[in-house]
Structures are given as structure tokens and as C-alpha cells.
Design a protein around this ligand. Structure first.
Ligand code: FAD
Length: 509
């Protein structure tokens, strides 16, 4: 092992968290290398410009900036062209027959769903645990009353309005990417999230990443470079990749939770401490996918931002009651003219099932669906179908609090291991803003601070603090015990010598 490693820091992953960390470290003049398995930047940000660089930005991954109130969201300070808020209040809702739901019923359904979410959070804070589905079943307000007064006496949730309410309750699946019987009632209980509407970076999220990279001075990037194992047992960290070996004083790992759960997760030597392994096992990693369709002309209500709809996939062998959100990109980003794009969003088991089909089957399913809702379509110009679960370097879309996990399972990733040599970042490592782009950004900044403390030796008590968390690996704990034994032994020798000298001095005088 060389005496000085090539790099101060190696960042694994060129997604939002990795680029955010690299950007901060580059500003401090550190020698930084970013290793990225894909041949592009962005990870779960994947902006494409199919109609030219100056035309509309189409997002295959993250779309919105969540929480724009009071300019608190750090993304708002980095992005100079943000759309007006997306208007979810006036979303149109279609029932399972494809007919429009009365807007008053629709807004009552949305209200009921919001209140259900609030009751879940309250219950979680009082110590209740379990899944959303189980909570819904025992919540009297939700499953014991017909809020519309239209169910037959003695029966609940059977009238057409209640059927709609129950269906809209499935919206949680779309937002969190997880099935309701897997999702914890605490999912929304994370403190500190930014309030307010959602808006869209008009030039695309990729624009922000490119800007951060352009501003760097010396950071190197290596693409198509899959990290296969990480050895942090020595003084420095050694990283074995598909394209060679690298050494650094510290590393920032932004490997997504989905990849850490997969059989191809990079191997850590020594293995990560038990609390980290527990987190990998218990935190959920959900799925949200999109089918993006571009038409010659819009044939849907042009000023409506979104449409909630049911889709029966059972004739194709899929789920019978799929929840599909249709997003009208033109209204969302507020541009004039072409192109006319509808984005179909679907999640959890529906997305998992659709990922098994080729484009030739998926696209006609959505064309028929749109025809059913809006009438005959204009010619389809292009399509893109995402398959985030099947992307080797994501293995899904974003993390969620599963019914068996706690916020401490996210918090564990805020603690470096190996005496500060291995630091973590990524959307799953930040309890307050998980599953978001701004969460990834903030986690990268946090990781950079931790690296600086280690590399610049600012925080000399680093190791002590880390051990104070009680999360040291078994090897580290053994080392610690050995040190203690050695320390005691040395202590006894020193004490013995002192006593001997004192005795000699005493006897001499
Ligand atoms: C469909 C979809 C819609 C979303 N919508 C929104 C939204 O509207 N708003 C929002 O805020 N968030 C949204 N998100 C979530 C958001 O995209 C993520 O939270 C965020 O981009 C994650 O950033 P990250 O840096 O943590 O991870 P990533 O972006 O996944 O970056 C990790 C990087 O590590 C690389 N990597 C993985 N394994 C290896 C390896 N072995 N060796 C080297 N490199 C490796 C990956 O290729 C990747 O580039 C969405 C996500 C998806 C998929």
C-alpha cells in the first residue's frame, strides 16, 4: 500500500448526492475522484431533451421540487428557472368506468385521504406501529363511516362515492411507490420537510447537475466504472472497480439502497456494522415508473395539470384496479406550442407488473386508456417507458419507511464507519427529507462536512465519537478491546515503575 493515496476522497455515484458532495469538496481544494457505474451523470435524475436542447426537458426520473414555501428548499437557491406550482387541487378524477367523478365528491375524497394521512401520523407519534392498510382497516373515521351519507343502512364503503374514496386512498401507493400493506403509518411523520407546493425545474434537473460540475476545478470523473468492493480495513480505503483499483483517504458512498439490497451490492471489508445491515434489510425501496407519450396535438383538457384514473389490467394478466396518474406536462411546465406530452405514473405492484412487458405491449395499453378517457387520440409521435426496478444501478425508485422499520434505520447512515474513512450520502440516508432530490443534495453536503473533518483533522475526536455511538464493527470492537487490554498493561507497567522509583527515593533518604 502506497504511503499517500492518489485521492483525498473517492465519491461513489454521480447522482445528486454524489455531485453535491464532490462539489463541496472540490471547493475546498481536495483531490476528488467520482466513480460512476453508468455512462451518464444523474442516477435517478435522468433528463432527456428529445426535441432539442432548447425545447422541453423530459424527466424519466425526478420531476418536482417538493416544498417551495418560504424559499427554504435549497434547490430553489441553485435553480434559476422554476415553473409555477403544479395544481393538484383541480386534478380531474375518473371513476373505473371512465366517467368524470363529480368535482365535489372528488375534493371530499382528497380531503378524506389527507385527513387519513394526518391520523396515521398522530397514531405513529403516539407509539402505534404497523402498515397503512392495517391502520385504514381499524380507523373508524375511514372504514366505519360513509362520509357522503350515500351507503345503504348498515353497510359502509359500498356506495359509488366510497368506492372512489377507497380508490383515492391508493394514491399513497403512487406517491411512496409502495403497497399499502408494506408502507409504515409513520411514512409521513418525518419532521422538517419543506412545506408548500411542488414546482418543476424548467430546464430539467440535469441542468443543475451540469452547472455544479462546470463550477468544479479539479474533480475527476470516471464513467462505466462499477465499484465491486470496498476495503476499509487499512489506514486508507481501497476500491476495486470494473476498471481498476483506486486508493483514497476517505470515501463517500452514495450507492442506492436498492443496490445495497441486491445480490450485486458492493462488498465491504470489514462488513458494515450490524445496525447498517439491519437498515438495508428493513427499510423499504419502492417503485414508481412512467410511460411518456408525445402526440401531435393534445386531445385532453389542455389546462388541467393532472388526471387520476383507474385501469383494469386483468385482461392482460395484470392487477385489476391499477391507479394511474396522468400528468399533462405542457400545463405543468407552462410552455406554449409543441410538443404535447402526457406522462402516465404508476407504482408498486402495478409498476412491477408493467416492467415485465415490452414497450410494444405497454404503449397500446396506455393508448387505449387515453382513448377511453378523452376520445380518439391524435397521432403518437414518440414514447418512452421507464423500468427503474430493472435498472442495475438503481433497483427501484426511492426508499420508504416500511412497516418494520423506524426512522433510526435512516439515521444510522449519518454516521461514518471505519474511524471516519467511509461516509454515506444518498436519499435514503436523511430522515427528514428522504426519497427526494433535495434530500440527496443535503445528504451530499453533510457527507462533505464529515469528510473535511476527517481529512483536515479538524475533528480529532472523530473516532471516539463514532465509537460512542456503539456502532463500530465487530473487528473495530475487538480492536478497541485489545487497545484497552494493551492500555491497561501499559498502565500497570508505568505505575509499577513510578512505585519502584518512589521506593528507591524513600529508601535512599
Ligand atoms: C421515477 C422517479 C420519480 C421521482 N420523482 C421525484 C420528484 O418528483 N421529486 C423528488 O424530489 N424526487 C423524486 N425522485 C427521487 C429522486 O430522484 C432521488 O431521491 C434522488 O435523485 C436520489 O439521488 P441519490 O444521489 O441519492 O441516488 P442516485 O441518483 O441513484 O445516485 C447514485 C449513483 O450511484 C451509481 N451507482 C450505483 N451503484 C454503483 C456502483 N456499484 N458503482 C458505481 N456507481 C454506482 C448510480 O448509477 C447512480 O448514478 C424520483 C425518482 C424516480 C425514480
Amino acid at each position: 500500500m502506497r504511503s499517500t493515496p492518489e485521492y483525498d476522497v473517492i465519491v461513489i455515484g454521480a447522482g445528486m448526492s454524489g455531485i453535491s458532495a464532490a462539489s463541496e469538496l472540490d471547493k475546498k481544494g481536495l483531490r476528488v475522484l467520482v466513480l460512476e457505474a453508468r455512462d451518464r451523470i444523474g442516477g435517478r435524475i435522468n433528463t432527456i431533451y428529445p426535441f432539442g436542447p432548447d425545447n422541453v426537458a423530459v424527466e424519466l426520473g425526478a420531476q418536482w421540487i417538493h416544498g417551495t414555501e418560504a424559499n427554504l428548499n435549497p434547490l430553489l437557491h441553485l435553480i434559476d428557472n422554476v415553473s409555477l406550482p403544479s395544481d393538484w387541487e383541480h386534478t380531474k378524477m375518473f371513476n373505473k368506468h371512465g366517467a368524470l367523478v363529480d368535482p365535489q365528491v372528488a375534493s371530499k375524497c382528497l380531503e378524506a385521504v389527507e385527513q387519513l394521512g394526518e391520523r396515521c401520523v398522530e397514531a405513529y407519534k403516539k407509539g402505534e406501529r404497523g402498515s397503512f392498510a392495517a391502520f385504514m382497516a381499524r380507523d373508524v373515521e375511514w372504514s366505519g363511516k360513509c362520509i357522503f351519507g350515500t351507503c345503504p343502512p348498515g353497510k359502509v364503503l359500498v356506495c359509488a362515492n366510497c368506492v372512489e374514496k377507497v380508490f383515492v386512498g391508493r394514491e399513497f401507493e403512487n406517491v411512496e411507490g409502495a403497497e399499502l400493506d408494506e408502507l409504515s403509518i409513520g411514512e409521513k411523520a418525518g419532521e422538517g420537510n419543506f412545506e408548500g407546493d411542488n414546482a418543476i425545474p424548467v430546464k430539467g434537473y440535469r441542468w443543475l447537475l451540469e452547472k455544479l460540475i462546470r463550477e468544479m476545478h479539479s474533480t475527476e470523473f470516471r464513467f462505466g466504472c462499477e465499484v465491486q468492493s470496498i476495503d476499509y480495513s487499512g489506514e486508507f480505503v481501497t476500491i476495486f472497480t470494473s476498471r481498476g483499483i483506486h486508493h483514497a483517504k476517505t470515501i463517500v458512498s452514495t450507492i442506492p439502497l436498492g443496490v445495497m439490497k441486491s445480490p450485486h451490492a458492493p462488498k465491504f471489508t470489514p462488513p458494515l456494522p450490524p445496525a447498517y445491515q439491519h437498515s438495508i434489510k428493513t427499510l423499504g425501496f419502492g417503485l414508481l415508473d412512467k410511460t411518456i407519450l408525445t402526440f401531435e396535438k393534445s386531445f385532453w383538457p389542455p389546462s388541467t395539470h393532472g388526471f387520476q384514473s383507474h385501469l383494469d389490467l386483468s385482461p392482460h394478466g395484470g392487477p385489476s384496479d391499477a391507479f394511474i396518474l396522468l400528468f399533462n406536462l405542457k400545463a405543468g411546465i407552462q410552455y406554449n406550442g409543441d410538443p404535447n406530452i402526457i406522462v402516465a405514473y404508476y407504482a408498486a405492484n402495478v409498476a412491477d407488473w408493467l416492467e415485465t412487458l415490452p414497450d410494444e405491449k405497454v404503449v397500446p395499453i396506455f393508448l387505449n386508456h387515453l382513448t377511453h378517457l378523452f376520445g380518439a387520440p391524435t397521432p403518437l409521435l414518440s414514447h418512452t417507458v421507464t423500468r427503474w426496478r430493472n435498472e442495475k444501478y438503481s433497483c427501484g425508485s426511492y426508499s420508504y419507511l416500511s412497516k418494520g422499520s423506524e426512522f433510526s434505520d435512516q439515521a444510522v447512515w449519518t454516521r461514518p464507519v471505519g474511524g471516519g474513512k467511509v461516509v454515506f450520502a444518498g436519499e435514503h440516508t436523511i430522515e427528514t427529507h428522504f426519497a427526494t432530490v433535495h434530500g440527496a443534495l443535503l445528504s451530499g453536503r453533510r457527507a462533505a462536512e464529515q469528510v473535511l473533518k476527517k481529512v483536515e483533522g479538524v475533528d480529532e475526536d472523530f473516532e471516539k465519537k463514532e465509537k460512542g455511538f456503539g456502532e463500530g464493527s465487530e473487528e473495530e470492537e475487538e480492536e478497541e478491546e485489545e487497545d484497552l487490554v494493551k492500555g491497561n498493561w501499559k498502565g500497570f507497567v508505568v505505575m509499577g515503575v513510578v512505585v519502584l522509583i518512589a521506593l528507591v527515593v524513600y529508601m535512599t533518604f
